[in-house]
Design a protein around this ligand. Structure first.
Ligand code: ZN
Length: 336
């Protein structure tokens, strides 16, 4: 993403670090079973006298992790860690191709409709094949809600993008698991966007390749006319979470999301620091959709972890994913 110049010169760079939001706070939610515990528990159960009955119960529990009603920040963090383990993942790279295969393998477990929006982008480095991943959870109303985020990372030396590219990837994987567990009036689309990052300097033509392509495609095929709201997430895993009030976003959606955050007791994380930020929601806004960006573009001292090799997993925590996950699920429920 990119800050408009006024925003760069103004609010966030000079803003003091937010008090009371430092790392190490207690996690509000914990996974009741992690995969290691599950497999270990299964072996022990099989050894018992009433092993068969217990095994059947255990097998039923094993089926649960595919879908769950509650968003888990811990699990979103682990999905992010797995995404980051693929290494630097710029658009067109083998690492991004491998990550895409992983995302789609996870989606297949959820029995949603998965399509790829494939296109060739003209970049300053030449033609690059890109693919957005679109998961659709069908509803009944004929209308649609969309949650999006990018899964590529900026092409920089030793840059793994734990927060910038990784966090949105992991967040959306966990969100898909939770969305799959519910019935929806509207279609819910979860979209992993390719090519958000500029290859060189951020500009209208060198950035947001995936969202520009999908917005155009959805304009032509009629999907966008059915979209009631699009919420984009980016850089939401920072352990020192402070979401900016992004002023390009649709005011009604800003009001809704900030109201949800306040009602859930998360007001301190959804700040009043105002300013425009350019991100993947813009192509959809320009195409006429209602869209919002949830972003924390205040990452490390004086934003020094942004687009640097310091953007690593140790800067993130599960609580921040939990806060944003709960707010997004609440907003989705109120919109549906
Ligand atoms: Zn970035």
């Amino acid at each position: 993403m990119h800050c408009a110049k006024a925003w760069l010169a103004g609010t966030w760079r000079g803003r003091p670090q937010c008090e009371g939001r430092k790392a190490g706070g207690p996690l509000q939610h914990r996974l009741s079973r992690d995969p290691g515990q599950r497999s270990g528990g299964r072996r022990r159960i099989a050894d018992r006298v009433y092993g068969t009955v217990r095994w059947i119960i255990g097998a039923a529990i094993l089926a649960v992790p595919l879908v769950s009603a509650d968003f888990s920040g811990e699990r979103a963090l682990e999905y992010t860690r797995h995404a980051v383990s693929f290494g630097p993942r710029p658009a067109g790279s083998a690492a991004l191709r491998n990550l895409r295969a992983y995302i789609e393998s996870q989606l297949r477990l959820l029995h949603c409709q998965v399509t790829e929006d494939t296109f060739t982008a003209r970049t300053p480095d030449g033609s690059v094949e890109m693919r957005n991943i679109v998961a659709r959870f069908p509803g009944r109303s004929g209308q649609a809600l969309v949650i999006s985020g990018h899964y590529d990372t900026k092409k920089l030396t030793r840059f793994v993008g734990a927060n910038d590219g990784g966090s949105s990837t992991g967040f959306l994987l966990e969100l898909a698991r939770v969305v799959a567990a519910r019935k929806w009036n509207d279609d819910v689309y979860i979209v992993w966007l390719d090519g958000e990052e500029a290859f060189h300097e951020w500009s209208d033509t060198d950035s947001t390749y995936g969202s520009r392509h999908l917005a155009q495609r959805w304009s032509h095929d009629g999907t966008l006319a059915r979209v009631r709201a699009l919420i984009n997430v980016d850089m939401i895993g920072d352990r020192d979470l402070d979401i900016e009030y992004e002023t390009n976003s649709t005011p009604d959606l800003l009001n809704l999301v900030w109201k949800c955050a306040g009602d859930l007791g998360y007001g301190k994380y959804f700040t009043n620091a105002r300013g425009p930020i350019e991100d993947d929601h813009l192509p959809f806004l320009r195409a006429g959709a209602q869209a919002l960006d949830i972003i924390d573009l205040d990452y490390g001292p004086s934003n020094s972890w942004w687009h640097t090799p310091s953007d690593t997993m140790d800067k993130l925590n599960a609580h921040s994913f939990q806060v944003v996950g709960n707010v997004v699920m609440e907003a989705l429920s109120r919109l549906d």
